[in-house]
Ligand binder design. Structure first.
Ligand SMILES: Nc1ncnc2c1ncn2[C@@H]1O[C@H](COP(=O)(O)OP(=O)(O)O)[C@@H](O)[C@H]1O
Ligand SMILES: [Mg+2]
Length: 258
């Protein structure tokens, strides 16, 4: 792939569930080594876009080029080749409770590689260090805070050396300090590993910290796009309301913490 080519190119994506239009002609591009945000209220179609990008659901029409390959119409085997280059960070962390943090992070390496255990151990240490969790290697998930679990889930996704990471509502359920730590790590991954990040969120504080550019959805349509400043300058009444509502929520949160 050329350096300046888009790493994701979605064109005219359409999807209906039971005659209900969920995505209505979505087009956007993501530049490599950037942090791209998908904004929008609940039910606007954000998670559905991520699931399309992972090939977990197929659109009714439109194209999705990832790493230069149109993934619409690929066989499961071909899709696997694309998907293994993408790390997905799940909401709850999705760790196995009976295994230590180190064992959880080692799991994909044990399953999908033939590396000797000494090599696996070094990769695990390296990835735990990247998310500031090396000290917690021998703890069980029950002994970790919500923020630590999210970071652990990033370390596990990093095991397979992904070129892209997807996050769905990454700061949900985290207090402001943990959310800030998580954003700091996302910025570090972009800076130090040249990873491309796609984040679904409506957390304005986080968007302000990490977003390079993105799109805002409303009812399956894109209503504004670009940098945060460009989106905030939108004259679309639905975009104005989104920013007004989420800004107000944020102020409430800050006042509530005092
Ligand atoms: N598997 C499904 N079957 C039917 N409707 C669905 C399915 N998945 C999502 N939807 C509907 O699609 C719309 C968008 O959902 P979603 O992408 O999860 O929104 P968001 O992540 O922005 O909250 C919602 O109205 C939701 O009810
Ligand atoms: Mg969602």
């Amino acid at each position: 792939m050329e350096q300046n080519e888009n790493i994701i190119e979605v064109s005219n994506l359409k999807l209906s569930f039971d005659d209900r239009v969920i995505l209505d002609g979505i087009s956007f591009q993501v530049k490599p080594k950037s942090i791209f945000v998908i904004l929008g209220g609940s039910g606007s179609g954000k998670t559905t876009i991520l699931r399309n990008l992972l090939g977990l659901i197929k659109p009714d029409s439109g194209n999705i080029r990832i790493f230069g390959t149109n993934i619409v119409g690929l066989s499961d085997d071909e899709l696997y080749g694309v998907r293994k280059r993408i790390g997905m960070v799940f909401q709850g962390g999705a760790l196995f409770n009976s295994m230590t943090l180190g064992e959880n992070v080692a799991l994909p390496l044990e399953e999908y590689t033939t590396y000797p255990s000494s090599v696996i151990d070094s990769i695990v240490d390296w990835n735990l260090n990247l998310v500031d969790l090396l000290h917690a290697k021998h703890l069980l998930p029950a002994q970790l805070s919500g923020g630590m679990k999210k970071r652990a889930s990033i370390a596990r996704a990093l095991s397979m050396n992904p070129e892209m990471l997807f996050f769905d509502e990454h700061t949900t359920g985290l207090d402001p300090v943990m959310a800030a730590e998580l954003d700091e790590i996302i910025l570090r991954l972009k800076r130090e590993l040249d990873i491309t990040v796609v984040v679904v969120t409506h957390d304005m504080t986080s968007i302000r910290r990490i977003a390079d550019c993105g799109i805002m959805l409303y009812d399956g349509h894109i209503i504004t796009r670009g940098t945060l400043a460009e989106m905030e300058a939108s004259t679309d009444i639905r975009a104005i309301e989104f920013f007004r509502n989420h800004e107000a929520k944020e102020k409430e949160k800050i006042n509530g913490d005092k």
